[in-house]
Design a protein around this ligand. Structure first.
Ligand code: HEM
Ligand code: HEM
Length: 124
């Protein structure tokens, strides 16, 4: 698994979804999903593209356990977080359920970022 390519490809898919959602909001005038749109674009496209490029520039970080842990924690956490947020803001997931799921997903994303920081300190 090439995590640089993984981050770049999945980031580009997030950009497509984020921009489609932005266009829908612009067209419909309903901006209620703006936080979902913002985080698909930022946590998805922007951060993943930054990580993908960084792992390309510093390949020594990509082959480590920390790099792999970062990749999978970010993917799993961001996916659960963004899908739950979308469903909650769309009224399809009760707030009480989202209130239990979102903090777990956020901790998972955070742990991935902690792996990224330790990896940087050790190998950058
Ligand atoms: C064709 C592309 C895009 C369209 C049509 C679009 C459309 C929108 C719309 C309609 C809003 C709601 C604005 C409001 O309610 O005040 C919004 C908010 C936002 N968009 Fe986009 N967007 C696009 C691309 C992007 C991209 C590429 C990013 C980031 C990389 C981005 C980041 C954001 C952020 C952070 C907000 C929230 C701003 C706030 O709440 O203050 N958007 N966008
Ligand atoms: C686990 C990660 C994250 C969590 C839990 C989180 C949480 C939040 C929350 C609760 C808000 C307020 C939303 C509102 O008032 O409607 C917010 C807004 C915002 N966040 Fe994040 N965020 C995360 C990651 C990020 C990242 C990585 C970026 C940028 C690279 C970012 C950029 C923004 C921006 C620009 C806004 C204002 C846009 C808006 O109000 O819709 N966030 N975030």
């Amino acid at each position: 698994m090439n995590i640089s390519r993984g981050f770049l490809v999945i980031g580009s898919l997030c950009l497509l979804v984020g921009v489609l959602l932005g266009s829908y909001m612009g067209g419909s005038g309903d901006h209620s999903l703006a936080p979902v749109h913002a985080h698909i674009n930022l946590l998805g496209f922007t951060l993943m593209t930054l990580f993908g490029l960084a792992y390309r520039v510093m390949p020594g970080m990509a082959g480590t356990m920390l790099g792999r842990a970062h990749f999978w924690l970010h993917q799993a956490g961001a996916l659960v977080m963004l899908v739950s947020l979308f469903l909650m803001m769309n009224g399809q997931l009760p707030e009480a359920t989202a209130g239990m799921v979102l903090p777990v997903a956020e901790v998972v994303v955070f742990l991935g970022m902690a792996c990224w920081s330790v990896n940087l300190l050790r190998h950058a």
